[in-house]
Design a protein around this ligand. Sequence first.
Ligand code: NAD
Ligand code: UDP
Ligand code: UDP
Length: 343
Amino acid sequence: ETYQHHDYGLGHVNVGGKLPLGLKRKTLRVLVTGGAGFVGSHLVDRMMERGDSVIVVDNFFTGRKDNLVHHFGNPRFELIRHDVVEPILLEVDQIYHLACPASPVHYKYNPVKTIKTNVVGTLNMLGLAKRVGARFLLTSTSEVYGDPLQHPQAETYWGNVNPIGVRSCYDEGKRTAETLSMDYHRGLGIEVRIARIFNTYGPRMCIDDGRVVSNFVAQALRKEPLTVYGDGKQTRSFQYVSDLVEGLMRLMEGDHVGPFNLGNPGEFTMLELAQVVQETIDPNAKIEFRPNTEDDPHKRKPDITKAEELLGWQPTVSLRKGLPLMVEDFRLRIFGDLKDGST
Ligand code: NAD
Ligand code: UDP
Ligand code: UDP
């Protein structure tokens, strides 16, 4: 079966501001799996702004209709409740494949479902890409580096992952998804792109998903102690969501398969993060130590030289600039419209 490009009569649109001015191209039909989630919904916003037609496929495990409600009624937008573990027939030009729970609490909740999502779900979306000749972008993760023995992590590093641990459903799942993507690319000529995403935060994160930034921000707003796991000396590098979305779009539009690290190289210990949250929200917030989770990586920081050189991309929003940008969203969702913060 051959694939025909349909022009929906939307004409030609300007691509986003960061691409060369005057560059025009056809309206695209873009599939975003996991588009009702945190990162996906921000990506959908950019696609809609750009004038593309967007189909979101999501099973609402961690995603919410609320994240997309502002597009309901727009004829260029379609939301399908569907689980990517089941096959689906659609006609699209590009596939951003994000469907997969990202928070450790969520992906450990049903580990077999997580690995099925990563393996069978990715296989289905690659099968779809093959059938319609679409370009396919996988959102992989820095977790493929496991508890890294190289610091910072470059894409050439093969990682240090426990194959039988409690995080394996996610990190081994994503490693297999990368393998599948490369085999569809090498064996079948499918155009693929692979992003390895480092810890990302921003508005629309699930409030109680257990990730450290969402936990600390919600705790500080609720006047609860910030829960630091372990000794708090483990590090992460935190990227603001708009930087990630820009990187994903550049990767999709560019000529390079990757994998590419997409993350902010600013590295913080969890105690330093707690301090930034105190400075931003409540200087009197207390800190409470809790036992750490199993197999927790000790440090993580992206080497982004490759993305800088080949995608012309680098993050622009520091943690101290980005954190305040999610506080209002969290305040509204935790307390409703009450400005004084009382429940
Ligand atoms: P999220 O949990 O907010 O979004 C994931 C979305 O996928 C949700 O809307 C969920 O309902 C949907 N989903 C899950 N399983 C599905 C299935 N089987 N079928 C259909 N839909 C399904 O997470 P996020 O932070 O937006 O992450 C998006 C992607 O980016 C994920 O693939 C994640 O692994 C990757 N990633 C995120 C981060 C981060 O820090 N946010 C870091 C590395 C990688
Ligand atoms: N698939 C899908 N939508 C499509 C095309 C394929 O969901 O439009 C699924 C298909 O059901 C299969 C997977 O993608 O489970 C891989 O498809 P492919 O054609 O590569 O392999 P095959 O079906 O030959 O095993
Ligand atoms: N963490 C913490 N307090 C929390 C939640 C997490 O100190 O309330 C720590 C966790 O042990 C890990 C780091 O923060 O070392 C990042 O955890 P997260 O779940 O956000 O993401 P990960 O990078 O582990 O996927």
